[in-house]
Design a protein around this ligand. Structure first.
Ligand SMILES: [Zn+2]
Length: 325
């Protein structure tokens, strides 16, 4: 294997609820090697760090050792870029405040930075993906929830406390029947345009409407956004209506978000983007109809160009290139 020149690599860690995926990445965004450990098997965080270092060792040996690695970037839920800690993450096994960056920095002897998944995705897009060269854009991740990373003047917006950019919890419906959100409020964007939001829409439309649909063959409680996509592929009118509604809600919200920082683009990432034009066509239409005239025709609506399975690790690794390190 070709030996890299000094400090031309970074480590990315995608810390998920179940698994932690490590990648050693070069400046072009090629993952040189990848390794995985369980996120749940080490209730003591020090043991988790030790297991991580052990798992990384063969991969580091293969690239000429840690001396060739500039820094480590970590994407983790509920993490705070400013203090390098995960703070009260409900879905991880470590309670309270966990000084993740400090622990890895001590164990590996290289600078470490941490940020949440959506900000990491924005960094990945800016460093290796469709937002390369852009100074102002908004990343929207459409998964189980809706996350966002806002980039202004080439920098992620972290805000006063490190937790800026929760566009998934902007309220888009203040009506009586607005949907309850996991955050304790009602009508958040996330309850309509996440994968689970699409499933909720499917259940609502199936109940209200008596039209024939392939979706009626499924247990309504078990319908997923992927089922809706498959039905749409077969031309199912109700499935198309569900995506139409979802795209419209998201397009209107993005039209409003445009007023924050006049972005060059919105970049959409996550499972739902596989719906392609079923989602993007109504989204573009609603965006154009609702955006302030000054911005009309200037904002690109793009789908992430990063490979889904690699994107999280690449995004985390992108933190390692930050100049401030
Ligand atoms: Zn909410």
């Amino acid at each position: 294997m070709e030996i890299e020149t000094e400090k031309s690599l970074v480590i990315g860690l995608d810390m998920g609820e179940t698994n932690s995926v490590f990648g050693i990445v070069d400046q072009r965004g090629n993952i040189k090697s990848q390794t995985v450990i369980s996120s749940t098997a080490y209730p003591d965080f020090d043991d988790y760090v030790k297991a991580s270092v052990d798992a990384l060792q063969p991969a580091l040996d293969a690239v000429g050792g840690i001396g060739n690695v500039r820094a480590m970037g970590i994407g983790a839920p509920n993490s705070n870029y400013y203090n390098g800690c995960i703070e009260n993450a409900a879905n991880l096994v470590w309670p309270g405040i966990v000084p993740v960056a400090e622990k890895f920095q001590e164990a590996l002897g290289i600078p470490c930075r941490v940020t949440n998944d959506a900000n990491a995705a924005a960094m990945g897009e800016m460093t290796y993906g469709v937002a390369r060269g852009m100074k102002n854009f908004i990343m929207i991740t459409l998964g189980t929830g809706v996350g966002s990373g806002i980039v202004c003047d080439g920098k992620i917006v972290y805000g006063s406390d490190g937790f800026a950019g929760e566009l998934g919890h902007v309220i888009v419906d203040r009506g009586e029947s607005a949907r309850a959100c996991g955050c304790g409020r009602k009508g958040c964007l996330e309850t309509y345009t996440s994968a689970t939001g699409v499933a909720r829409t499917a259940r609502e439309i199936l109940q209200k409407n008596t039209a024939d649909s392939l979706l009626r063959e499924l247990d309504p409680e078990k319908i997923t956004s992927f089922d809706v996509f498959q039905a749409a592929e077969k031309g199912d009118a109700l499935a198309l209506e569900i995506f139409d509604f979802t795209g419209t809600v998201l397009g209107r919200a993005c039209a409003d978000f445009t007023a924050f920082n006049s972005p060059e683009a919105f970049v959409f990432f996550g499972g739902l983007t596989k719906a392609g034009d079923y989602l993007m066509k109504p989204l573009r239409k609603a965006f154009d109809e609702n955006v302030l005239r000054n911005y009309r025709g200037k904002v690109k609506l793009l789908i992430s160009s990063l490979n889904g399975s690699e994107a999280a690790v690449l995004g985390a690794s992108a933190l390692g290139w930050e100049e401030s390190l």
